[in-house]
Design a protein around this ligand. Structure first.
Ligand SMILES: C[S@@+](CC[C@H](N)C(=O)[O-])C[C@H]1O[C@@H](n2cnc3c(N)ncnc32)[C@H](O)[C@@H]1O
Length: 273
């Protein structure tokens, strides 16, 4: 590991706003079994009191990287608390350092795999979720996509009724996949657009959408330089019973094709994040 990364990891230990639990803090191995079971983390249900010292609403940015949305939203809404979640410590360092140096009381970061997210939040603890430029996971398991029914099921456990999920992505594939999940489950679409900077978006009255145009994340800037259209979808999770998978309602081949040359290589752009 490079010296720069080691330095960031050491500095991460000093940030009060950054929680970095070991996987073992939320995973139990059942005796005599190879299965791992998720266990609640001590902060579950206590973010307001223990991290922020208030009971303001809490918004998550999942796969936040350097936390661009977390920081921008937190500056705009001091009356709301924001938590950026990612597994990469060197990226979280950037957001946590800025939040620490500028003394932002309403920002925190959590280093964990999003697969474990329900171990950290209790029912109703979260008001909204942002998915910003999530890896589209074009091949392999559908369950790896952060907007798959499997992940929505996890989010529903702690998102307030009526809570919004925002998806901002350069991947038309991920956008269309998510629209299919939303459609087959009859979820309410609050806003959508497939090329927001050129065509704008349609939204229900009263939804705050200017922030969608005003913040460009680290990855978004690279995708914009590549000339890729940026899509946005906002929806609620309210639904009785288990979420259905879109199956044939989603045209995998068509949207894989639409992904262009990127479909044959990793989603990661060339610049290092
Ligand atoms: C393409 S980057 C986007 C980062 C940032 N949102 C941006 O727009 O600049 C995707 C981010 O999601 C994180 N990520 C992807 N899958 C994850 C998972 N299962 N658990 C935690 N983080 C994940 C990666 O570490 C990476 O930082």
């Amino acid at each position: 590991m490079g010296h720069g990364k080691l330095k960031k990891f050491a500095e991460n230990e000093t940030f009060r706003c950054l929680l970095q639990p070991d996987a073992s803090a939320v995973l139990d191995k059942e005796a005599g079994s190879r299965e791992l079971r998720l266990r609640d983390h001590a902060i579950k249900g206590k973010w307001g009191r223990e991290m922020f010292g208030n009971d303001h609403p809490i918004v998550l940015e999942l796969g936040c990287g350097k936390g661009d949305y977390t920081l921008a939203l937190a500056r705009r809404h001091p009356e709301i608390n924001y938590i950026g979640v990612d597994i990469k410590g060197a990226r979280l360092w950037k957001g946590a350092k800025e939040a620490t140096e500028t003394e932002m009381p309403n920002v925190a970061f959590l280093r964990t795999r999003i697969e474990f997210i329900e171990a950290f939040f209790s029912p109703g603890e979260i008001a909204e979720i942002w998915l910003t430029f999530s890896d589209p996971q074009l091949r392999g398991s559908e369950n790896a996509r952060l907007s798959s029914p499997l992940f929505l099921e996890r989010y529903r456990k702690f998102l307030r009724p009526g809570g919004i999920v925002h998806l901002k992505t350069d991947s038309r594939y991920l956008y269309e996949y998510t629209r299919s999940v939303v459609a087959v489950n009859g979820l309410q679409v609050l806003a959508s657009g497939t090329d927001i900077y050129h065509e704008g978006l349609t939204a229900v009255p009263g939804l705050e959408t200017d922030i969608v145009f005003q913040v460009q994340t680290f990855y978004e800037q690279m995708f914009l330089e590549m000339g890729l259209p940026i899509t946005y979808l906002a929806f609620t999770l309210d639904h009785e019973g288990p979420y259905a998978f879109p199956g044939e309602a989603f045209d995998h081949e068509k949207w894989l094709e639409a992904e262009g040359p990127r479909r044959s290589f990793s989603h990661q752009p060339t610049k290092k994040g």
